[in-house]
Write a protein that binds this ligand. Structure first.
Ligand code: NAD
Length: 490
């Protein structure tokens, strides 16, 4: 039965003021939730309420350990409802339940980490160059906006909400239209943890309406955005008019390199996980595998055997490797890319179609697909597909390999499989990507900054420094001189 849900808007649980809409379970297309989209007036109301709330003593005067206490309670609140949240996340975007549990656990860890950052952050007494004391302190920016995509909602939202709250900001979150549940539940948990009314609002709805109004609002002092590159560029343009800082976590077309000396079993497992986990709906999906010519044939054989062993099935099952894609329209887009690869001369080695029969016919499933025979310059190898499609490319010369890896608009992540630590260092330093994984892939830690270069974005999330993104730095000069300033003295 379709559940009716409300959102936390300007300190009140209510329907937003825009039209009602329904979200669907990607597994079988069934209706999940009915809610109202927000409109521009809601954006203004939420931002004005946040602007009032962040300056009130109940939030502004909290001491670092008190704010940290609230973040710890949010982490506990997430852990206390972890199974329920994981199931809601699965219904929203169709990810396998095991992955949803991992996302929920990571969101709790994010709040715990930024609680520690809030409590232990030290401002600086800088070296005085005269008879005065100089201090550099960090203050909250004010009201910030967060705009998130549908692929890993609870993790993306926690990575923005936790540092914003840790810094003492208020936050208005605009989740993806089709996956609003996690942001709404995080707001509920924050409220129960003692975050004052108005500090967190969630505005579901369309990006072109709600997202853009949020970015344009004069009281929004920062936007943390995760999503596609073209939308990110539009946000950056609007932000430029306000000189507003942004962090933009955008798309990727990440290369994974298999060297001649790699442990092939490890490399196969890593490449498989890198592209097919989350059905490839991952900004860091390793979608281009460059395999050394000397091991290409044996790597391909092992990889194809492994791909054929993947269980594409109902995301509620513990044994599922790959669930459905997020929607039928997104699945159709992936399908078009595979057709484009065929048209460009690529050979589909496995997959390349939808699975048939039963719930597969209702849901938005697509088989894990491996294509070879395409040059790195083919459109399918250049553009982000955001689905379970891997291009296999042979290489032989290291300089040419690096040039090919870097010959792409994106620069989010890369992987290297080798037993030689010197090659890993040399190649890793030469790759134009924000993250390099060596003999592993898609590992994440909240303590390590994450972000891209080139069209994969600007700014970093995570890491202890992440809290600073939500602050402005203020300098104090504190005179210690016993006599007046000498300039006008006779
Ligand atoms: P998207 O850019 O279409 O949407 C992302 C968010 O932006 C949604 O909430 C959407 O409603 C909103 N939006 C859309 N138009 C807007 C506008 N004009 N103004 C303001 N907001 C607007 O992306 P998506 O399809 O939801 O997600 C997939 C994309 O996200 C992929 O490109 C993927 O690589 C990227 N992504 C990046 C990372 C990262 O950390 N680098 C992580 C996950 C996803």
């Amino acid at each position: 039965m379709t559940e009716k849900i409300q959102t936390l808007l300007a300190g009140r649980w209510r329907d937003a003021s825009g039209p009602a809409y329904i979200t669907h379970y990607p597994h079988d297309g069934s209706e999940v939730a009915e809610l109202h989209a927000a409109n521009a007036a809601d954006v203004d109301e939420a931002v004005q309420a946040a602007h009032q709330a962040w300056q009130q003593p109940a939030w502004a005067r909290l001491l670092p350990h008190e704010r940290a206490g609230i973040l710890h309670r949010i982490a506990q609140g997430i852990r206390g409802r972890s199974e329920e949240l994981a199931q809601l996340q699965r219904l929203d975007n169709g990810k396998p339940i095991k992955e949803c549990r991992a996302l929920v656990a990571s969101a709790a860890g994010t709040f715990q980490f930024f609680a520690a950052a809030a409590e232990t952050w030290e401002d600086a007494v800088t070296p005085a160059r005269g008879d005065f004391l100089t201090l550099s302190v960090h203050q909250p920016l004010g009201v910030v906006g967060a705009i998130t995509p549908w692929n890993s909602p609870i993790a993306s939202e926690a990575q923005k909400m936790a540092p914003a709250l840790a810094a003492g900001c208020a936050i208005v979150i605009k989740p993806a239209e089709i996956t609003p549940r996690m942001a709404i539940e995080l707001a509920r948990i924050a409220e129960q943890a003692g975050v004052p009314a108005g500090i967190v609002s969630v505005l579901p709805g369309k990006g072109s309406v709600v997202g853009e109004a949020l970015v344009r609002h004069p009281l929004i002092k920062r936007i943390a955005f995760t999503g596609g590159t073209s939308v990110g560029m539009g946000i950056q343009r609007i932000a430029a008019e306000k000189l507003m800082p942004t962090s933009l976590e955008l798309g990727g077309k990440s290369p994974t390199i298999v060297c001649a000396d790699a442990d092939l079993d490890h490399a196969v497992a890593g490449v498989l996980f890198g592209i097919f986990s989350s059905s490839g709906e991952s900004c860091i999906a390793g979608s281009r595998a460059f395999v050394h010519q000397s091991v290409y044939a044996s790597f391909k054989e092992k990889l194809l055997a492994a791909v054929r062993g993947l269980r594409v099935a109902d995301p509620a099952l513990e044994s599922t490797h790959m669930g459905p894609l997020v929607s039928r329209s997104h699945r159709d887009g992936v399908e078009r890319y595979v057709q484009m690869g065929r048209d460009e001369g690529g050979q589909v080695l496995c997959g390349g179609s939808r699975p048939q029969g039963g719930y597969f016919d209702q849901g938005s499933y697509y088989l894990p697909t491996v294509i070879e025979g395409l040059p790195n310059t083919a459109q399918m190898c250049r553009e982000e597909i955001f689905g379970p499609v891997l291009a296999l490319l042979p290489w032989s010369d290291e300089a040419d390999l690096i040039a090919q890896c870097n010959d792409n608009d994106y620069g989010l992540a890369s992987g290297i499989w080798t037993r030689d630590y010197k090659s890993a260092w040399r190649i890793g330093r030469a790759l134009h990507t924000g993250t390099v994984w060596v003999n592993t892939y898609k590992l994440f830690s909240i303590s390590t900054p994450f972000g891209g270069v080139k069209l994969s974005g600007t700014g970093r999330e995570k890491g202890r420094q992440g809290i600073l993104e939500y602050t402005s730095q203020k300098s104090f000069y504190w005179g210690m001189n016993e006599s007046p300033l000498p300039w006008a003295q006779p």
